[in-house]
Design a protein around this ligand. Structure first.
Ligand SMILES: [Zn+2]
Length: 217
């Protein structure tokens, strides 16, 4: 009985798998993805290799294509297949209001909730001395450029309400958003502590945005 089932049976699993380097490497790569532990990584690997090998080919092609054609918008940092993303190039968005978020996933969450009609700027993280992330690692120089262009009247800081988010807001207000004519507000009130925007539901995001307050130092 030389079927594949034996290779993955409990009795033979560890011995067989340890000899199978391509498999082990695939599991390790999957395990390194956000939200996946070793067991989930194994489950996906076996699904793709044993149960649905055609899905493995499709997935490989789609990842390769997305990686080739998608990149950051030169203005805001959003994921796009063009030089500028659809939000930045839209005439229907309010170009005098700018919402500063930490990540593309936060932007997606805001867009999905449909609660904001201005434009965005993605910081690509937040200040974190512990993790060695300083202002140079964040998407700040292009934010300065956008502010200098003078069209923006309000900057909404939509960063998480943890210590790092707080420190980042203070840095931005102190160093980047100093102009007295610029209205700087902050949301985050009502958001789950440390959870940020990504996991907030539509109502929470709407309340957080509507109840935004002037951010003073
Ligand atoms: Zn953009």
């Amino acid at each position: 009985m030389g079927c594949k089932c034996l290779v993955y049976s409990k009795t033979h699993f560890n011995r067989e798998v340890s000899l199978n380097e391509p498999y082990e490497r695939l599991v390790q790569s999957l395990k390194s993805l956000p939200g996946l532990g070793y067991r989930s990584a194994e489950k996906i690997a076996l699904y793709l290799l044993v149960e649905k090998p055609e899905r493995a080919k499709e997935l490989t092609q789609r990842i390769t294509l997305a990686d080739e054609v998608l990149g950051p918008c030169r203005i805001c940092g959003n994921l796009t297949d063009a030089d500028e993303c659809k939000i930045c190039s839209s005439d229907e968005r309010e170009s005098n209001r700018l919402c500063v978020v930490e990540s593309v996933t936060d932007l997606f969450a805001m867009e999905k909730a449909g609660v904001f009609h201005g434009k965005y700027h993605i910081l690509m993280g937040k200040l974190s001395p512990v993790r060695g992330i300083g202002s140079d690692q964040l998407n700040i120089s292009s934010l300065i450029k956008r502010i200098d262009e003078g069209e923006i009247e309000e900057v909404i800081l939509a960063l998480s309400n943890d210590m790092e988010g707080e420190a980042t807001c203070h840095y931005l207000k102190n160093e980047v958003l100093k102009d007295d004519n610029l209205k700087v507000t902050r949301i985050g009130f009502g958001l789950p502590s440390g959870g940020g925007i990504t996991y907030a539901d539509e109502n929470t995001l709407q309340n957080a945005l509507q109840s935004r307050k002037t951010f003073d130092l």
